[in-house]
Design a protein around this ligand. Structure first.
Ligand SMILES: [Zn+2]
Length: 614
């Protein structure tokens, strides 16, 4: 998701599928193993959804039948299961409504709008019946969560089949999903079906839907969607019947179908979500990524001619972005990716994104870069977004910033500079909460936003300072190899970085991501050939130091942090370790010193830069 930073810090970022008969490339969809892999005790649950949906585009109501085969790969016996009913958030008095009405800085897209929804404008999912292996079971809808008592416990290794009938109503577009968004897109269908909550090593994650964000179960989807035949549908999954459907998906002449509706049949292998959008006025273009997926673009014909031209102009850049992320993180594993006008800004989903379409060229490419990068950072590397929002937004912002920098040849040595400014502002504001804070539990939306996007981005960029840029690049690729199609945690990421770099890094994760300790190092004195530094902040760091001598020559020094038990690769002069508890550190140079500067790269997030040089 990308939003609030557009106006604040992300000015430079402008912010911030004919698949068909094709079957999934299953061999690329399997988790990898490697010498770095420490996932041998790892397990995850599995879902296999079949859904038949009948949508009425006049009432925005739909009927659904869902068959869900759930496999318990955990070592635990399960007596309950939980489903998310996200659309129930869009009702007056819901937790999302009340939170928006009571937080000091509400999301302007939500504001008091939920409180004013009329009965025919609210969202809902009503479960009419639910069976476990054919036996009716007890369930209760509690806000946005369905609590289910099982008829028979699910033992480790067992699979059960849940069958459900439900009715849904698509809310007026408020946040992410809904009907008739501000640009007139009819249906943005995200988080629209009864979605089983994830059970992992931390237990159930049946979080209510208050604002943000998601954590889903990996599995396979088979969805048949029946809808007015004038509507074009884009989203997750490979269309199985393109030559019945047409709408730009056909490979041969389309056979006419009787009646007012078409049934679209999608299959999506190894995903943890299923999204679609539909409109009667979509233009549908495609662009092939060489040796990669087919990109689909859906945007409204009612956009101005100038804006429609921008959607065309953006398409080759989307191809380059897909190539960039595949090269720098890991190969995109599906055969299709869709960029769809819809939603309320930009939000990432399985094999697709929904973005608003009425944008400048820079904004259109920038939001596409960000949302497409989420395919790796959160979708494939499926961290729990509610708990580790910074690994989702921050890592995405880091890599999309580099992608924009490289593709547009901006030659900025630090594309994360705005994120540093944002983080340092927050750290000095008194509003910062640690990155371990649940995404819904920040005091201020602003603090959430800067923490998740900016501090998370700084975490990654600054790790490059700590372990060296090449080690960071290797870490990102190894992280993907080890953890794609799983649910990695912060510790999993830092362990990869430790193994790649050979350095001890638990202190970095602890101080930067689990506390609000800050970095503040100072140059306190220069006396002829003696330089004295001071650690004023609580957080430790290794120090890069640039020294200019009185004879005009310069020398770079590297002061290793003792608790790292090693050094990053560097051409600088390595001097003695600095052990954290000592507040000051002095050393002698060979020549008389004129100027000293801590971290000339600006990659260390020192919250007080005024004392960094003499
Ligand atoms: Zn995002």
């Amino acid at each position: 998701m990308k939003r609030f930073l557009f106006s604040l810090f992300c000015i430079s970022l402008f912010v911030s599928c004919n698949s068909t008969k094709e079957t999934p490339v299953l061999n690329t969809l399997k988790p990898h193993t490697s010498p770095y892999n420490s996932t041998s005790n790892y397990w995850q649950q599995h879902v296999n959804y079949k859904m038949e949906i009948d949508m009425d585009v006049n009432t925005y109501q739909y009927k659904g039948k869902q068959t869900l085969v759930y496999t318990n790969n955990s070592p635990d016996v399960l007596n309950n299961v939980f489903y998310h009913l996200y659309f129930n958030a869009f009702q007056p008095g819901s937790e999302m409504d009340v939170r928006s009405l009571t937080i000091a800085d509400p999301d302007p897209r939500v504001g008091d709008r939920i409180s004013k929804l009329q009965p025919n404008e609210i969202g809902y999912i009503k479960v009419n019946s639910l069976k476990q292996n054919g036996t009716s079971i007890n369930y209760e809808t509690v806000g946005t969560v369905l609590e289910v008592d099982l008829a028979t416990p699910i033992k480790p290794g067992d699979s059960v089949t849940f069958t459900m009938d439900f009715d849904g109503q698509v809310p007026l577009q408020i946040r992410r999903s809904g009907r008739n968004n501000k640009e007139g897109v009819a249906l943005s269908m995200t988080q629209w079906y009864p979605k089983l909550a994830e059970y992992d090593f931390e237990g159930w994650h049946a979080d209510p839907y208050i604002g943000r964000e998601f954590h889903g179960v990996w599995g396979d989807f088979d969805v048949k969607l029946t809808i007015d035949k004038n509507y074009t549908v884009g989203g997750t999954g490979y269309l199985q019947n393109p030559n019945e459907i047409g709408h730009g998906y056909e490979t041969t002449e389309v056979k006419p179908v009787k009646g007012d509706k078409l049934t679209w049949h999608f299959k999506a292998p190894n995903v943890h979500d299923f999204t679609w959008a539909a409109d009667s006025d979509y233009i549908h273009d495609t662009a092939q990524v060489p040796n990669g997926p087919l990109l689909h673009f859906f945007y409204k014909n009612t956009l101005s001619n100038e804006t429609k031209d921008l959607w065309k102009k953006m398409q080759p850049k989307a191809v380059e972005l897909m190539q960039y992320f595949s090269e720098h993180i890991g190969t995109y594993p599906y055969k299709q990716y869709s960029i769809i006008q819809g939603g309320d800004g930009g939000m990432e989903y399985a094999m697709c994104t929904l973005i608003t379409g009425n944008r400048s060229y820079g904004s259109l490419v920038g939001v596409t870069a960000h949302e497409m990068a989420h395919t790796w950072f959160q979708f494939l590397l499926a961290t729990n977004e509610a708990k580790h929002e910074w690994m989702d937004e921050g890592f995405t912002s880091y890599i999309s910033g580099w992608a924009m920098n490289d593709i547009f040849e901006r030659n900025n040595p630090n594309p994360s500079a705005n994120a540093y400014r944002g983080y340092i502002y927050l750290a000095n504001s008194g509003k910062e909460q640690p990155l371990t804070t649940h995404a819904d539990r920040y005091m201020y939306n602003e603090a959430y936003g800067i923490s998740a996007y900016s501090k998370g981005q700084v975490f990654m960029a600054q790790l490059g300072y700590v372990i060296g840029k090449d080690n960071l690049k290797k870490t990102i690729k190894q992280y993907f190899k080890d953890w794609a199609f799983k649910h990695p945690t912060p510790n999993d990421f830092i362990r990869v970085a430790e193994k790649v770099s050979g350095l001890e890094l638990d202190w970095y994760l602890t101080d930067f991501a689990q506390t609000t300790n800050t970095i503040d190092y100072a140059v306190t004195s220069v006396d002829e050939k003696t330089i004295t530094l001071e650690r004023k902040g609580l957080m430790p760091m290794p120090i890069d130091l640039k020294v200019i001598y009185n004879d005009g020559t310069t020398e770079n020094f590297y002061i290793p942090l003792q608790m790292m038990r090693g050094e990053k690769p560097t051409s600088a002069t390595k001097i003695k370790d600095w052990a954290w508890a000592y507040p000051t550190y002095s050393f002698e140079t060979k020549k008389s010193v004129k100027n000293v500067q801590i971290d000339p790269s600006g990659l260390m997030a020192d919250v007080n830069q005024t004392n960094n040089k003499i």
